[in-house]
Design a protein around this ligand. Structure first.
Ligand code: MG
Ligand code: MG
Length: 265
């Protein structure tokens, strides 16, 4: 186990490589689902394929069976699939994807005791210019974070860049859900917000080598406020019905910068 810096568990280079092994499985799932996604495919079919790949890799799905005190039942699937105005935590089911939809898939696995967590938003066939911009900007928010992350940088400075990237395009940054430390557990300290405001400055932290973070901008085409959409209290959607996108990588801070652990390398 790594050395604790505050409450944050810093990982050894060996632990980071184990997390990369988990990250490769996550990347394999997201690549495969990208090939499958087309009009007529159900989100349940995506979940079944993800479950098959995770099982074949000897890994376990992190989301399956997760308990959330607000929700009516434990999360029943291996991936989250969130369509159009849904932001995160959508439950796969019989819903068929339609041309013009966007679908966010979030996947986390544990392999050999270590976790990887990543998400992408996919276009289902041709999509509107606004939705294409939403996908491009949200992906760019994650890229901006990767470009900025290195030892000595404070997270609030990275978060400010993520927020500016979204808000320059007049998009919203979701406040209620944030990224997180990750390692042996899916959710570890610290909290990793995608926005910078003074109320959160007391939770600010400096990036140090061996820190492993799931960075996951959630961006809305309209206002950033969200609410539960389903009676089970899992699916989170925008209040104004605008579409949302979500891109996530698990990233290790290294002595010289950072290394993305869920990009398949
Ligand atoms: Mg995730
Ligand atoms: Mg995450």
């Amino acid at each position: 186990m790594g050395v604790a810096a505050g409450k944050v568990v810093v990982k050894s280079p060996r632990e980071v490589e184990l997390m990369r092994d988990a990250g490769r499985v996550v990347c394999r799932v997201l690549d495969a689902l990208g090939e499958m996604i087309r009009p007529g495919v159900t989100t349940a079919a995506l979940d079944a394929e993800a479950a098959r790949i995770i099982r074949e890799a000897g890994a376990t799905a992190l989301f399956l069976g997760v308990r959330n005190p607000q929700a009516r039942f434990p999360f029943p699937a291996s991936i989250c699939s969130s369509v159009n105005d849904e932001v995160v935590h959508g439950i796969p089911g019989p819903r068929e994807l339609r041309e013009g939809d966007i679908v966010s898939v979030d996947c986390g696995v544990r392999l050999k005791g270590y976790c990887g967590d990543a998400a992408r938003t996919y276009a289902v066939g041709p999509i509107s210019a606004l939705d294409q911009q939403l996908l491009d900007v949200t992906r760019a928010c994650l890229t901006v974070a990767v470009e900025q992350m290195r030892p000595g940088v404070r997270w609030s400075a990275v978060a400010r860049q993520i927020q500016d990237c979204a808000e320059r395009a007049e998009f919203g940054v979701v406040r209620e859900f944030v990224g997180h430390g990750i390692g042996r557990e899916m959710h570890e300290d610290p909290k990793v917000p995608n926005y910078d405001d003074r109320r959160h400055r007391r939770d600010d932290f400096e990036l140090v080598p061996g820190m492993t973070l799931a960075v996951e901008p959630m961006v809305t085409a309209g206002r950033p406020a969200v609410e539960f959409k389903d009676s089970a209290r899992w699916t989170v959607a925008t209040k104004d019905g605008s579409n949302a996108a979500h891109f996530e990588h698990t990233i290790a801070v290294t002595p010289s910068g950072n290394s993305v652990l869920t990009d398949g390398r």
